[in-house]
Design a protein around this ligand. Structure first.
Ligand SMILES: NC(=O)c1ccc[n+]([C@@H]2O[C@H](COP(=O)([O-])OP(=O)(O)OC[C@H]3O[C@@H](n4cnc5c(N)ncnc54)[C@H](O)[C@@H]3O)[C@@H](O)[C@H]2O)c1
Ligand SMILES: [Zn+2]
Length: 355
């Protein structure tokens, strides 16, 4: 197993530990713990989670976008207060990005701050979202519009828990891993692309790329934790991806939509004359493999364009997009939201995505 990994943050350093065991140290002695557990994970691991599930304050949460909303917060908060939560206790999240965002947000605001620990159970959360401090909460139809920067005190990444994850969720996590490797430059991307078939097949290879993905992300967030500058490149594929998620009513998992989004960013950059076609061709085969099964998913055009114009980083006339530069390194760029852009997107959906 990999060595523990330290991330520096405005609240001090925090640790990512790696383990082959399921949920090691979940019920350790120490301050009182209150658990927030993904309901599906609770059903899959009833024995291993028995002490946690029997604890009086446990909250079982279905991983639905509607549950990580400001509207649901009073219910979680009154539940925890009713079970006696105090400052100095610890919140423990067991689940993917949804349970993470809820726990992180409650940890930031409840009693003006309660420490939290995280056992990520999806590949996306293990390889990407577990570090970086962000909580992102939905309000009504607006996604991820309320949040804080509140890192957990401890993260435990367990390879054993990924065994039950559906294959598309594995590929969703690989999508975010591909993203950071694009950001790290062509040599890093080509390396993960060459190993692509082994990532899902060989746990040791998967583990290596989880650690590498976290290292690349750490290099960025330690310089720009509050997302004022270079961290914006982490949004590669996300303006497109969020619009795809929204236009399909979340029928496309997040990291798969991001994979399509990276491919679209490359395609649009070629159309705008920013990127040589060879870079699109270099990345397309592995991106396409990662979004397989979604090549023909209907993405209603009007809903897609409405959503991309409303993305929190965009306006109707101009889109702030992360597009590759001439060296295929992603950079934030202003792009006119005009017919050239729209035609490039339409051509992508109708033809390029499928071929
Ligand atoms: N705060 C951040 O930095 C950040 C970053 C990226 C994404 N996010 C958010 O994370 C959410 C997506 O998170 P996610 O992709 O981790 O998925 P998720 O939490 O939505 O879970 C995906 C599915 O996998 C199931 N599941 C979880 N662990 C499992 C396991 N071990 N075995 C079987 N099934 C399991 C869940 O019940 C759910 O059905 C989105 O809301 C996104 O906005 C947050
Ligand atoms: Zn993402």
């Amino acid at each position: 197993m990999s060595e523990p990994f330290i991330v520096q943050s405005h609240q001090g350093p925090y640790r990512v530990e790696f383990s082959t065991a399921l949920f090691p140290g979940l019920a350790d002695a120490g301050p009182q713990r209150h658990y927030l557990v993904d309901a599906k994970v609770a059903a899959l691991y009833p024995e291993q989670l028995a002490p946690v599930l029997a604890s009086k304050s446990v909250l079982l949460i279905e991983a639905k976008e509607g549950n990580k909303s400001l509207e649901r917060m009073p219910e979680y908060v009154t539940h925890l207060l009713g079970r006696g939560i105090k400052r100095g206790h610890i919140l423990v999240a067991v689940g993917g990005g949804i349970v993470q965002d809820i726990t992180c947000f409650i940890g930031a605001v409840l009693l003006r701050g309660v420490d939290w620990h995280f056992y990520p159970t999806t590949l996306l959360a293990q390889a990407d979202s577990c570090i970086g401090s962000k909580s992102s909460i939905n309000v009504g139809a607006f996604k991820n519009v309320v949040g804080t920067y509140t890192p957990p005190k401890r993260i435990v990444v367990s390879s054993a828990v990924l065994g039950s994850l559906p294959e598309t969720e594995i590929r969703s996590g690989i999508g975010e891993m591909l993203k950071v490797h694009v950001i790290a430059g062509p040599a890093e991307f080509d390396r993960i692309a060459a190993d692509y078939a082994r990532i899902a097949a060989d746990p040791a290879v998967l583990q290596r790329y989880i650690v590498r993905s976290l290292e690349i992300k750490r290099g960025i967030i330690e310089q720009d934790e509050f997302d004022r500058g270079i961290r914006n490149v982490m949004n590669l594929g996300h303006s497109f991806g969020h619009a795809i998620e929204s236009a399909t009513d979340f029928a496309v998992p997040h990291g798969i939509a991001v994979t399509i989004g990276i491919d679209m960013a490359n395609h649009v950059a070629v159309r705008l004359g920013r990127l040589e076609r060879k870079h699109f061709d270099r990345m397309h085969p592995v991106l396409r493999q990662n979004y397989r099964g979604f090549e023909t998913t209907d993405i209603p055009e009007a809903a897609f364009f409405a959503a991309i114009g409303k993305d929190k980083k965009n306006t109707d006339a101009k889109l702030g997009l992360i597009l590759p530069d001439a060296d295929a390194i992603p950079r934030r760029t202003e792009c006119a939201n005009d017919e050239t852009f729209k035609t490039a997107c339409r051509d992508y959906f109708a033809g390029v995505r499928r071929s």
